[in-house]
Design a protein around this ligand. Structure first.
Ligand code: AHR
Length: 509
């Protein structure tokens, strides 16, 4: 196969925001307990944080971390997770049918973030609770001193305010599975009331309203419009969620599915800007893609919940394959190519539950296949994303979107085998090409046609590929990892050869 990738230094989509490279920690399965937090683990810090996991989080390059949910937050009483640990109650947790021990809560999360140099993003409970609870939590976290909740924080041992900037106004309130599901009007009303009070306490915060849980939700579009009409003047972001899946066991379709993320992003931007016009405002609402990943094997049945209300059950521990890493890499490209409006995004999640990092409780931690494209994206994707044009052979496939009763499939007649993003770092004077070859059996020679650079010579390149698309990384063997691109640099005419079914990252100077 032959393709061309064209870009121009002066044609910039937008600069990537640091927050584009976020992740997510929910009280779900072993994400917190046995994941980031495990007192007594051989690598644990004095605070009980797993040192091996912190090390991998650093290597992953994650920047902002959303917490504490997810579906969990819609039934969470944050007061249960603060104060002396011995006084904290155990609770029935209805999102994942577990017992929540509450030995880890908001203050521990903030300490963990500080240790890992990560920005915290907190979600408030607008499911079983509401605006009043949100204002109390904000007062607890961000108000300096001299009031009931700020003094409570100080009494609990955190003298200085946490100064949390990014707040999510609930989670997936459009989903029937959510505790306290709402209609768009019900949600829009309480979200704006919560936002008003929260901004009064701390005008420096940034707020994200809940958008659709997926593009195939029956309310998608109408939901955003209605929610934005209520909240527009009080919020900064609208959220969106996507989990790519290969439930149809159709690899070419799976590798094309991230292209629907591009459409989803553009549709949400369109609606947000339409509401702006309707309200006569030139304010632009940015997008917070605060849950995205590949997730399908552990979406239902015994992989989703375990009987008997266990503590930290091994649920949603998706084992990612080489194929999953490729679909995932396509999503990284979609996010980069919308850097002008997607200003924040969180890989869902970080450890154990649908995560790039897996651990054994009491044992080691290791990198799943999806760890690698994320690390490339987060560590090398900083800078200006250049508008790139791909001229590539295409293939015909179908987009499958199973979710309960709303299953649908639509034709994708011309999916380019090459999916790409180009990032220029003016600081380092380096162009980074992110290249996904979606052909399962053919190598692809890509001509690089960049203008506006004094020089553009390939410097280094890594490739993630494996003969077996079902290969996974386990505790004892990690066969999927990036290696130098073989024979890279042999063609000095600027053509780069990508192996079939591969993710290649090229640095040019
Ligand atoms: O990330 C797993 C779950 O997916 C989250 O709790 C929820 O928000 C979404 O449905």
């Amino acid at each position: 196969l032959e393709a061309t990738l064209t870009f121009d230094r002066s044609d910039v989509i937008g600069a990537t925001d640091r927050r584009l490279f976020g992740a997510f920690v929910e009280h779900l399965g072993r994400c917190v307990y046995g994941g980031i937090y495990e007192p007594g683990h051989p690598t644990a810090t004095d605070d009980g944080f797993r040192g091996d996991v912190l090390e991998l989080v650093r290597e992953l390059g994650a920047t902002i971390i959303r917490y504490p949910g997810g579906n969990f937050v819609s039934g969470y009483d944050w007061e249960d997770g603060v104060g002396p640990v011995e006084d904290r109650p155990k609770r029935l947790e209805l999102a994942w049918l577990s017992i929540e021990p509450n030995t880890f809560g908001t203050n521990e999360f903030i300490d963990w973030c500080r240790k890992g140099d990560l920005e915290p993003m907190l979600a408030v409970n607008l499911g079983t609770r509401g605006p009043d609870d949100a204002r109390k939590l904000l007062e607890y976290c961000n108000f300096p001193a001299g009031t009931k909740y700020s003094d409570l924080r100080r009494e609990h041992g955190w003298e200085k305010p946490h100064d949390i900037k990014f707040w999510c106004l609930g989670n997936e309130m459009d989903g029937p599975w959510q505790m306290g599901t709402k209609t768009a009007t019900e949600y829009g009303r309480i979200a704006v009331e919560a936002a008003k009070m929260m901004r009064t306490i701390d005008p420096s915060i940034e707020l994200a309203a809940v958008g659709s849980s997926g593009r195939n939700m029956p309310t998608f579009g109408a939901w955003e419009r209605e929610v934005l009409r209520h909240t527009f003047h009080q919020i900064d972001f609208i959220s969106l969620h996507t989990y790519l899946n290969d439930q149809a066991r159709d690899t070419p379709a799976f590798l094309a599915s991230s292209d629907a993320m591009d459409d989803f992003i553009e549709e949400v931007i369109g609606i947000a800007d339409e509401v702006a016009t309707e309200l006569g405002s030139d304010k632009r609402i940015d997008l917070s893609f605060d849950e995205w990943n590949v997730w399908y094997r552990t979406r239902s049945g015994s992989d989703r919940t375990l009987p008997g209300w266990p503590v930290a059950p091994s649920i949603l521990e998706e084992r990612y394959t080489m194929k999953d890493a490729l679909a995932f890499a396509g999503a990284c490209i979609s996010l980069l190519n919308h850097a002008d409006r997607v200003k924040s995004a969180c890989l869902a999640q970080l450890v154990n539950a649908i995560a790039p990092i897996l651990t054994e409780t009491g044992g080691p931690a290791w990198r799943q296949t999806i760890f690698w494209p994320f690390a490339d994206f987060a560590n090398l994707g900083r800078g200006d994303v250049l508008r790139s044009s791909v001229n590539s052979p295409t293939y015909a496939t179908v987009y499958h979107a199973p979710r309960g009763e709303n299953d649908f499939a639509h034709e994708m007649p011309a999916v380019p085998f090459l999916k790409a993003a180009v990032v220029y770092s003016a600081e380092e004077k380096i162009v980074t090409l992110f290249l996904l070859n979606r052909s399962l059996d053919e190598a692809m020679s890509v001509a690089i046609d960049g203008t506006g650079f004094s020089s553009l010579t390939p410097d280094t390149a890594t490739v993630l590929r494996h003969d077996d698309l079902e290969a996974i990384n386990t505790r004892d063997q990690q066969p999927v990892f990036p290696a130098p691109l073989p024979a890279f640099g042999a063609d000095d005419k600027g053509r780069i050869t990508l192996p079939p079914a591969s993710w290649t990252v090229v640095r040019m100077k």
